[in-house]
Design a binder for this molecule. Structure first.
Ligand code: MRU
Length: 355
């Protein structure tokens, strides 16, 4: 089945984003015409989800290169460098952002042999290729993970790791979608995901568009459903996975993983290799974004807490690898010891790239 929406698209002189802050009430696309607008879109979660942030970063950099005012290579290089640094400073946790920035930086550095017009076109082609690759990777993740889900399962997910968090198809929702498309009768329980309600606003919207049965619950209902035997599997996405398999994802994921362990329910993470950060040995080293407390004290601009109350808005938490039954990547399903399997996957990937 075709995706019922397009998360991000290069349009020649601008980037088109589906504005995720307006969902589900309004399905509106915004045109991003410069780097400032892309930085703002990433920070405000107009575009969000680790792989989608990576693609947005690459396209934002390509746009910055296209619009660069400098005409000699040396001056262009420092302007380009500044663009990359500004994009890299938008959000700290999703490693796909830095992976994408590095890929664009390396490409520019490697091509001192071509003129600026050619380089700009090359950078655009690279960003567009990353969008296509991401969609294909998600389909591969779906194919690798679909057998983890059995006919009749109800699968709980947290936040949104669907087509809207990627260039299309999704990671955790990609696995669910692949199982559904294989004819399995499954249903999904979507945590609402306070404070920004990605589960309520985005995951349930996306699953309804795909015709996959979904029930929305407040975050604090997950334990009660597990206790009643109503959840058979949990699958979530990730923003950054350390070498040992510790996985950072939307705040509340860790609580779900602890609950799943207590109830003997397998807890899976689905993510492409670009989400795995082998330079960080364990989850302790993953930088965690802290956002404006106003996102906690207000919902859609309406105050729900007393004026002046202290509020804490930690955007991600880290699930220790001991709680994770498997990490579904485009190269297979890794299990503990994760580091060894990740190393094998990275090797296979580099062999594929070299051939
Ligand atoms: O703050 P967000 O909405 O960008 O957080 C997104 C998540 O936590 C997703 O689960 C994660 O990025 C995986 S997306 C395939």
């Amino acid at each position: 089945m075709e995706d019922p929406f397009r998360t991000i698209e290069w349009k020649g002189d601008h980037i088109r984003l589906l504005d995720q802050t307006l969902l589900p009430g309004r399905e509106e696309y915004v045109a991003i015409r410069n780097v400032d607008q892309m930085c703002d879109a990433i920070q405000r979660l107009v575009v969000r989800g680790a792989p989608a942030i990576g693609v947005a970063a690459a396209m934002g950099i390509a746009l910055g290169a296209l619009n660069a005012s400098e005409t000699n290579r040396e001056a262009f290089n420092s302007e380009f460098d500044e663009v990359c640094s500004r994009i890299a400073a938008t959000r700290p946790t999703a490693v796909n952002l830095f992976w994408a920035v590095n890929r664009m930086r390396k490409l520019s550095q490697a091509r001192a042999d071509i003129d600026l017009t050619q380089l700009k076109q090359l950078l655009i082609r690279e960003a567009v290729a990353m969008e296509k690759e991401d969609r294909a990777l998600c389909e591969r993740i779906g194919a690798m993970g679909k057998d983890l889900i059995e006919d009749g399962d109800t699968v709980l997910t947290h936040c949104n790791a669907g087509g809207l968090a990627t260039a299309g198809y999704g990671t955790a929702l990609g696995v669910i979608r692949a199982a559904f498309e294989a004819g399995k009768r499954i249903s999904v329980v979507s945590d609402e995901t306070r404070p920004l309600n990605q589960g309520a606003r985005i995951t349930s919207w996306e699953l309804m568009k795909l015709g996959i049965p979904v029930t929305l619950i407040p975050d604090n209902t997950a334990g009660a459903l597990m206790q009643r035997g109503r959840i058979q599997k949990v699958i979530v996405g990730a923003d950054r996975i350390a070498a040992d398999g510790d996985a950072a994802n939307k705040i509340g994921t860790y609580s779900v993983a602890v609950l799943a362990k207590y109830h003997g329910i397998p807890f899976y993470v689905a993510a492409p290799l670009s989400t795995i950060d082998m330079s960080i040995p364990s989850g302790d080293g993953i930088p965690i974004e802290e956002r404006d407390p106003k996102e906690v004290t207000h919902i859609s601009g309406v105050r729900i807490a007393p004026d002046g109350v202290d509020a804490l808005n930690i955007a991600f938490d880290v699930t220790p690898h001991k709680l994770i039954a498997g990490i579904v990547t485009e190269w297979g399903v890794a299990s503990d010891p994760f580091e060894e399997t990740f190393a094998k996957y990275f090797l296979r990937k580099s062999e594929e790239t070299a051939s």
